[in-house]
Ligand binder design. Structure first.
Ligand code: CDP
Length: 209
């Protein structure tokens, strides 16, 4: 039987950590849907260049495969920005829907994290979580992550990046970042990641048993 957990939220809110922990706890499969947009952004930067010309990007989006998600060059700040730019294009989003919905329907349960999972991709998800935190807290977390990975950056640049993506993700016409009406909101600004994980597991437990 399928069981779907949808986890949405803004950039660097901790969705990925919470999603991975929930998936491990319940033995569900996990899909980080941000990686799909990051693949399109990465390949578009390589093949099209910074113009990210729309028709060419749309053509690339139709070719994303599961193997692309394993690339080790998807987590950079430049790719994050490109991802949020290509994610505004309706045809790009459309091209990625079937992959996500097929993943969600797998037997044994699935956790998907992203921006529009509870609202557009899986509106009937069994549990919906919206994980958020202040922009400053999110930028601090992402700054530490990027620095640990050896990417040269500073806090102000990361904060500006997070705010630019928040604006683009929230203001786009198609599938904007938003909490579903029936989502449980987890504000992790003053919560440790362990507490956030525990709260998420408790929310899923209440529905899954
Ligand atoms: O990890 P982080 O929260 O920084 O970003 P991500 O989840 O990897 O997503 C990168 C970008 O992809 C976001 O800024 C969104 O523009 C886009 N995205 C989206 O539009 N819809 C999704 N379901 C997931 C990501």
């Amino acid at each position: 039987m399928s069981f779907v957990v949808a986890i949405d939220g803004p950039a660097a809110a901790g969705k990925g950590t919470v999603a991975k922990a929930v998936a491990a706890h319940f033995g569900f499969a996990h899909l980080d849907t941000g990686l799909l947009y990051r693949v399109v952004g990465r390949v578009a930067l390589e093949k099209i260049g910074p113009s990210l010309e729309e028709d060419a990007v749309i053509a690339l989006a139709t070719e994303v495969s599961e193997a692309d998600l394993e690339r080790d060059d998807l987590r950079t700040a430049a790719v994050a920005q490109a991802a949020s730019k290509v994610a505004v294009i309706p045809e790009v989003r459309e091209a990625l829907v079937t992959f996500q919905q097929t993943f969600a329907a797998r037997a044994g349960g699935a956790v998907l994290d992203g921006r529009d999972i509870g609202t557009v991709i899986c509106p009937d998800a069994d549990v919906k979580l919206f994980v958020t935190a202040s922009a400053e807290v999110r930028a601090e977390r992402r700054y530490k992550e990027l620095a640990a990975r050896g990417e040269e950056t500073d806090f102000d640049t990361v904060l500006a990046d997070v705010q630019a993506r928040d604006a683009r993700d929230s203001e786009r016409d198609v599938a904007p970042l938003a909490a579903a009406e029936d989502a449980i909101v987890l504000d992790t600004s003053e919560m440790s990641i362990d507490d956030a994980v525990a709260a998420a597991i408790a929310a899923v437990d209440a529905r899954h048993g």
